[in-house]
Design a protein around this ligand. Structure first.
Ligand code: COI
Length: 350
């Protein structure tokens, strides 16, 4: 499909302080915009990043037919630009689209469009250690209609943000036993906007009590660990890597599956299973739980320092360089930067 390119007349890159990058506050010069109507993708354009005009009755604003992805681009030591496993995000995006009654986005638009966009905005990929270009593809319903039904028109957009870390320090997280994120038969596995909107209230309550994030528990019993608001959760228990199995309520995270693959390659036992909150808390107390961390695109590997449960805080052991979470972060980082050989074929070169 032909991509029409309308370049910016003057870059805004000088306005960004690449030494002080926050997460998701600065936006690269261009964005990709594709339009779906009459049962087909009609046009794909790369144009200056900027406001778009919509009708107040645009359906996605009312009924949440809106999905997204998150990927990261890196500048290798040789200056080349590469993205970590974007094919996985493309596949997951289309699974979310199917669940939300939205059209699939073909590879040539998602990945082909991304390649053209990144070629134009290469200068925006940070070179600084710990920084990257966060890539946000998303799609939303654009029909002007107030009935509750799938839209017939959609927009697919990709924009990019140069970013620093999502979390800047080891996290204090609280086990949530009142509100839920996802339930069996629901949309928890899809990356639809409503999952995140629905998480805000409980997360805000936890923030007020001094916690950074929530550990969601299963909707039926609140006894089992699910995931955190922005990432999958992983634990090292008796030397094995433990994480919730994917299903209706768990996002099939690309970082999650990469961490599991590396653990297996290193000969570590990987257990995808239910983890009872009781087992977790007892394990912290008796020393069998040695590490807890979140894994996600934005967060990468986010160590957890403290878990709050029923009004008490339980501290994880101090982090050491020999910890699995430290070593796996270094491995992923070195693969992304091209510092070690990409034996698993995870790096996608622009
Ligand atoms: C990501 O890790 O890319 C996510 O989607 C989390 C996001 C909500 C910040």
């Amino acid at each position: 499909m032909q991509i029409h390119i309308e370049p910016i007349s003057k870059s805004r890159i000088d306005q960004v302080d690449f030494d002080q990058l926050a997460f998701g506050r600065s936006f690269a010069d261009h964005m990709l915009v594709a339009e779906y109507a009459n049962g087909a993708w009609q046009s794909v354009k790369i144009q200056p990043y900027g406001p778009l005009e919509y009708q107040p009755a645009m359906m996605s604003l009312h009924y949440g037919q809106s999905i997204f992805e998150g990927m990261k681009g890196y500048r290798g030591k040789d200056g080349s630009i590469q993205v970590f496993r974007p094919e996985e995000n493309w596949k997951r995006f289309n699974k979310s689209a199917y669940r939300m009654c939205m059209p699939e986005v073909p590879e040539e638009i998602f990945l082909g469009g991304l390649r053209e966009l990144l070629k134009l905005d290469q200068a925006w990929v940070p070179a600084k250690e710990g920084c990257s270009l966060y890539i946000r593809p998303f799609m939303f319903a654009t029909d002007e209609y107030v009935g509750v039904t799938p839209s017939t028109t959609y927009k697919f957009i990709i924009f990019n943000c140069p970013v620093g870390s999502y979390y800047s320090k080891p996290l204090r997280v609280r086990v949530e036993t009142e509100y839920i994120r996802a339930a069996k038969g629901g949309v928890g596995f899809a990356k639809n906007a409503g999952n995140y909107g629905g998480s805000l209230f409980a997360t805000q309550n936890a923030n007020k009590d001094g916690y950074d994030q929530i550990i969601w528990t299963d909707a039926a019993t609140h006894q089992y660990v699910e995931e955190a608001g922005t990432m999958n959760l992983m634990f090292v228990i008796n030397g094995a890597l433990v994480t919730a199995a994917t299903g209706d309520t768990i996002l099939d995270g690309v970082t999650r599956k990469s961490v599991m693959q590396i653990a297996q390659d290193w000969g570590m036992e990987v257990q995808e299973r239910q983890l009872a909150v009781k087992e977790l808390i007892e394990g912290i107390q008796n020393g069998s739980v040695t590490e807890a961390f979140g894994a996600g695109t934005a967060a990468v590997i986010a160590p957890i320092a403290t878990i709050g449960f029923e009004g008490k805080d339980y501290d994880l052991p101090e982090r050491k360089d020999s910890d699995f979470s430290v070593r796996v972060y270094n491995e992923i980082n070195q693969i992304r930067l091209g510092e070690i050989s990409d034996t698993r074929n995870w790096v996608w070169k622009v």
